[in-house]
Design a protein around this ligand. Structure first.
Ligand code: WQD
Length: 347
């Protein structure tokens, strides 16, 4: 199949592009480079030895999406990964999050359906589940639009749109993938996560402390009702996540399907830090801080449906993710920016 990856030069996008190419598919990457660098697409080609053409443009612009189909069509499927995704930032910039995360979906659906795509795969999130009493979350667990931040709400709104669009397009395969906390990097160390500025998420922050560009890890709360008092999350290796996208696409059926992509094995903040220290080979400076507003004690899934329906389950563990993340970080101390301009990354 030929697959348009919206947001394809990003963290999930590059890993999914590698997995698609290595499974014999063709890819076209569309990215506005707001959260990555064009070199990431070149790294995908270096890993696979196959073309990963990059179109730089806004996936919310119908004319941009149509031009991709004009130049690279016929295109069989769209995987939509183009979204703003910082939970905290979304509470401060709701309009930017709703417009970007919804307008991209509208444009990709309008043009994709008009051009006859067979499949639309959407990157959603396990943060749409609203009742902690349902843990571990299954695909039938309670969801809500009444969530703590605009990022999660925008994802839930997208899901509502996709369910209705699937209903009136019975030949279209719509697959919604709800994932958890992507971590790790491709074992080559050529592609990885490269957040601009101070990372919000735990693993990139720990890695920046380990590489020396940040001073100390702050642990947001050690008084949760969890085994060691720190937050529990379902950390899924990005290589497993990428392979989940390929399997979901290859097995997509007409209609609307939802899958959790996670490990089902919750890991605490202190456990992740300890695993990263093993990868680095020494302890890292850390201190316990107050809880972060908006955080929940625990989020993790029951991955049984993806295993039963898709025959997919994660293979890699948190130690693999920390090892691979550290390998990426040491080979790319300033991410995709060349060391020469490392000091000029936008804040
Ligand atoms: C993880 C744990 C923090 C930073 C993420 C993404 C979001 C969505 C869901 C996909 C929590 C703790 C963190 C730090 C810390 N992804 N922490 N010190 O909040 O689960 O959300 O997954 O849909 O886009 O943001 O991830 O990595 O920010 O936090 O103690 O410096 O680490 O309290 O327990 P989160 P996170």
């Amino acid at each position: 199949m030929r697959v348009l990856l919206a947001g394809g030069a990003g963290y999930i996008g590059t890993h999914t592009a590698v997995a698609l190419l290595e499974s014999g598919h063709d890819v076209v990457l569309l990215d506005d480079l707001s959260g990555t660098h064009a070199i990431a697409a070149e790294r995908v080609e270096k890993i696979t030895g196959k073309p990963a053409p990059l179109v730089v443009g806004d996936a919310a612009d119908d004319a941009v999406v149509a031009a991709v189909f004009d130049q690279y069509g016929p295109i069989d499927a769209i995987i939509h990964l183009a979204a703003f995704k910082a939970v905290g930032e979304s509470t401060q910039k709701p309009l930017e999050y709703y417009s970007n995360n919804l307008d991209t979906t509208f444009a990709l659906l309008r043009v994709g359906i008009a051009r006859g795509i067979r499949s639309f795969v959407f990157s959603s999130t396990g943060t749409v589940y609203s009742d902690p009493a349902d843990l571990p979350f299954t695909e039938e667990s309670t969801t809500s639009i009444d969530l703590s931040n605009a990022y999660s709400k925008s994802k839930r709104m997208n899901e509502v749109v996709l369910a209705d669009v699937a209903r009136v397009n019975p030949d279209l395969n719509v697959t919604v993938l709800r994932y958890y906390n992507p971590v790790g990097a491709h074992p080559s160390g050529l592609i990885g996560e490269d957040p601009a500025g101070i990372p919000n998420n735990l693993m990139p922050f720990v890695s920046r402390v380990a590489i020396g560009s940040l001073d100390e890890i702050g642990v947001f709360g050690a008084d949760y009702d969890t085994p060691d008092g720190t937050g529990l999350r379902d950390y899924i290796h990005v290589v497993d996540l990428a392979e989940g996208h390929v399997v979901a696409l290859e097995q997509a059926q007409p209609g609307h399907q939802v899958f959790n992509l996670g490990t089902g094995r919750p890991v605490s903040v202190l456990e992740l830090i300890s695993s990263f220290e093993k990868a680095v080979g020494h302890d890292l400076p850390k201190k316990i801080l107050d809880r972060r507003p908006g955080d929940v004690a625990a989020t993790y899934c029951d991955p049984a449906k993806a295993a039963e329906v898709l025959g997919w389950r994660t293979r890699l563990e948190i130690d693999d993710a920390c090892r691979d993340y550290w390998n990426w970080q040491t080979r790319n101390p300033a991410g995709y920016a060349t060391p020469a301009d490392a000091g000029v990354r936008p804040a």
